[in-house]
Write a protein that binds this ligand. Structure first.
Ligand code: HEC
Ligand code: HEC
Ligand code: HEC
Ligand code: HEC
Ligand code: HEC
Length: 182
């Protein structure tokens, strides 16, 4: 048991050291420039200034490391505080705004992230089929790995869904009303 714990913290240390090395050595190139929230796009203020550009872009953490359910269920899922603590028990736990995460974790309080996307309940949408059909997250969510503040890229209206289904009928996308309105 003790050994297992030791091994785990060693692995964490190596992961963290590797990541920090990447941040320090990695040269800033064109592709790592942040994108601003385009005029008129919805980008609610979040309880913690969390950056996708830093985590998914610079640190190259896989989208599905945090949004674990995208391949398996309707929802992609928002990560629990525990997932943040996998790194932040060691990485800058005392630095604001990370200290807020540590506090939430210690007090067993969830972080109340504000929803960016919310299609009406009478519409059926599932991540599973779309992700398994080979679409990248960016196809529908835009250049998330460059977003300092996450915003809603696509309108997510009926026209938007139907247009893509029209263009992808060869991949099995359907246009019947009851495909999306069950
Ligand atoms: C280290 C964890 C982490 C990684 C990696 C990550 N995300 Fe997130 N994601 C979050 C958190 C936390 C939120 C909620 C806060 C926010 O909206 O900024 C979120 C929110 C989102 C949302 C908006 C959800 C809503 O409310 O509608 C989308 C879309 C999203 N992420 C897509 C992605 C994509 C695409 C990638 C990979 C390029 C990615 N995320 C990588 C943690 C992560
Ligand atoms: C075909 C378009 C499409 C693709 C591809 C897609 N999404 Fe989404 N995503 C949506 C839509 C539509 C919603 C809003 C769903 C709702 O409100 O019920 C959404 C909502 C979300 C949310 C917030 C609600 C939830 O489901 O937890 C997250 C997080 C998210 N997406 C992450 C991802 C990630 C990560 C990927 C890639 C692995 C991805 N999405 C791929 C269309 C897509
Ligand atoms: C794989 C490791 C890893 C995971 C998992 C991770 N982070 Fe981070 N995070 C980092 C690193 C590395 C930094 C940069 C540390 C620094 O600047 O001192 C950082 C920095 C931050 C910052 C400070 C940004 C700034 O502007 O100073 C916040 C806030 C943050 N993370 C929130 C989160 C949240 C919320 C989660 C969970 C959804 C999360 N992190 C998960 C590695 C991670
Ligand atoms: C990027 C293109 C694209 C967009 C955008 C898109 N779809 Fe799809 N959708 C597809 C494809 C391709 C399939 C067929 C996948 C398969 O059969 O494996 C599909 C299948 C489906 C299915 C049937 C499979 C299932 O999950 O039950 C539903 C329902 C669906 N889409 C709803 C929606 C809704 C609602 C939206 C808008 C919020 C939307 N789609 C946006 C490409 C798209
Ligand atoms: C590919 C998915 C998809 C298909 C196919 C689809 N819809 Fe929709 N529908 C949506 C989405 C998403 C919304 C919610 C749009 C919004 O919130 O702006 C919607 C909304 C609606 C609304 C409410 C509109 C409003 O203004 O409130 C009606 C009515 C409707 N659909 C009827 C239909 C009919 C009839 C068909 C067949 C001809 C159909 N839909 C096919 C995805 C779809």
């Amino acid at each position: 048991m003790r050994d297992k714990k030791k091994l785990l913290s060693l692995m964490c240390f190596l992961l963290v050291a590797g990541l920090l090395g990447f941040v320090v050595i990695g040269s800033p190139d064109q592709s790592s420039r942040p994108v601003e929230v385009p005029f008129g796009k919805y980008a609610p203020k979040q309880p913690i200034d969390y950056s996708h550009k830093l985590h998914a872009g610079d640190l190259q953490i896989e989208c599905q490391f945090c949004h674990t359910y995208a391949r398996r269920s309707r929802s992609a899922g928002i990560p629990a505080v525990e997932q943040c603590m996998a790194c932040h028990t060691m990485i800058s736990p005392d630095k604001e705004p990370i200290a807020k995460i540590v506090k939430a974790y210690d007090e067993k309080e969830p972080i109340e992230w504000v929803k960016v996307h919310d299609i009406p309940d009478y519409v059926y949408f599932s991540h599973k089929r779309h992700v398994n059909a080979g679409f990248e997250c960016q196809e529908c969510h835009g250049p998330v790995e460059k977003m300092e503040v996450l915003y809603r890229e696509a309108p997510m209206t009926m026209g938007w869904c139907v247009n893509c289904h029209q263009d992808n009928r060869d991949k099995g996308a359907q246009l019947d009303c009851w495909t999306c309105h069950k």
